[in-house]
Design a protein around this ligand. Sequence first.
Ligand SMILES: Cc1cc2nc3c(=O)[nH]c(=O)nc-3n(C[C@H](O)[C@H](O)[C@H](O)COP(=O)(O)OP(=O)(O)OC[C@H]3O[C@@H](n4cnc5c(N)ncnc54)[C@H](O)[C@@H]3O)c2cc1C
Length: 436
Amino acid sequence: MENLHHIVVVGGGAGGLELVTRLGNKLGKKHKARISLVDAGLTHVWKPLLHEVASGSLDASANEINYRAHARKHHYEFQLGRMSGLDRSAKEIVIAAFHDDEGNEVVPERRIPYDTLVIAVGSTANDFGTPGAQEHCLFLDSLRQARRFHNLMLNAFLRKNHEALQGKPHSLNISIIGAGATGVELAAELRLASRELPVYGMNHLKSSDVSISVIEAADRILPALPGRLSAAATRELQRQKVQVLTGQPVSEVRENSLVMKDGTELPSEMTIWAAGIKAPAFLADLDGLEANRGNQLMVEQTLKTTRDNHIFAFGDCAACPQPDSDRPVPPRAQAAHQQADTLFETLCNRLEGKEAVPFVYNDHGSLINFSKYTTVGNLMGNLSGRSMYIEGKVARLFYVSLYRMHQVALHGFVRTGIIWLMDKISRAMHPRLKLH
Ligand SMILES: Cc1cc2nc3c(=O)[nH]c(=O)nc-3n(C[C@H](O)[C@H](O)[C@H](O)COP(=O)(O)OP(=O)(O)OC[C@H]3O[C@@H](n4cnc5c(N)ncnc54)[C@H](O)[C@@H]3O)c2cc1C
């Protein structure tokens, strides 16, 4: 074990966990290399599910993967810890001291040696330094934040229901800043929650008492997607009585309101920041590795960092160039999934002294899911390069298949089939919304 080439992957998210699973199954199992995963958390939940966890339409525990158990099954080692630094000359990563909930140190700062390092630590929402955002906004970057949002939402509904019972004013204003896919989908999930909760006993509060607004600085929602998709999504949100405000940059977030650039103040008791992304701050100054203004590590098309032949980065935390485009590969789960495949080949080649494989992003299109109501999207034709608009059940099928592909990468076809069946049974047995 001591002499084996040691591949360390930091970040077990949409991309990192798929990569480490394949490396473990291929190289770890046959003792061709030692594979380690380092993650700041003990469990993995696929990030695109977080808005469903937040609204309660998905029970995260049923979709949570315990890294230790998964590592044992797929022949890699798991180390709990948050990477905080790097020593390139010693080829070691630095892991910050680990503290329990009471602030007691459990494990001191430590170092993990590597022969090849892969950084896949994802991204967080970018509040662009907007005053008040950190203090008064909720974020959906982690399972912990999604669960916190869910509890706050349930309490807000309970409080407003009680106020309605007492005949007091009881409207609840929820604002989502950022009308990318996350913000739009979250709005639809929240509208569903506002309609379903009264069914479970909060029957003094009506869905119409809950005002949901999506606020976007650009002149249309889903600004990164084709105009037709944006128009269809706007219509769907309006049908669901979600207020859509475009061309409205937020200049300040206060405890119970938002101040817009033109000075208008909007009431908002719950504000969610879902705009922009940036990579974790520690990447900005990581022992001389090149990073951009959003802290993303600069990589070549092979996903190798520009200044170190032994370090690769991919997923949201990396800026990977695309041929024929001046924009890097977009920060999306489908990109992280494809990059994991390419990097798997490159790392296998590397052990045999062969060339790295260049990554080419294949955009299969975009799908926006409006909770149980509908799904709209565009699929890219591989040969023609033209997109095809789809909606309804067919679109929903494609939307769900992205998560199923992730599950197949982590569990294989048979187990994914069993999980799918269990999901169906669970949905039939439990209330549509998680109520605690
Ligand atoms: C609510 C929401 C909905 C989304 N919906 C979609 C969608 O429908 N389609 C789509 O394509 N994309 C979607 N995205 C984007 C998608 O989730 C990301 O592009 C994708 O998860 C990126 O994968 P990743 O592996 O780079 O990072 P992540 O999946 O974010 O994983 C990063 C991992 O790194 C770990 N980590 C972070 N910092 C450290 C550290 N310092 N040390 C150790 N570990 C660390 C984290 O714990 C995490 O496990 C959505 C995002 C959100 C927030």
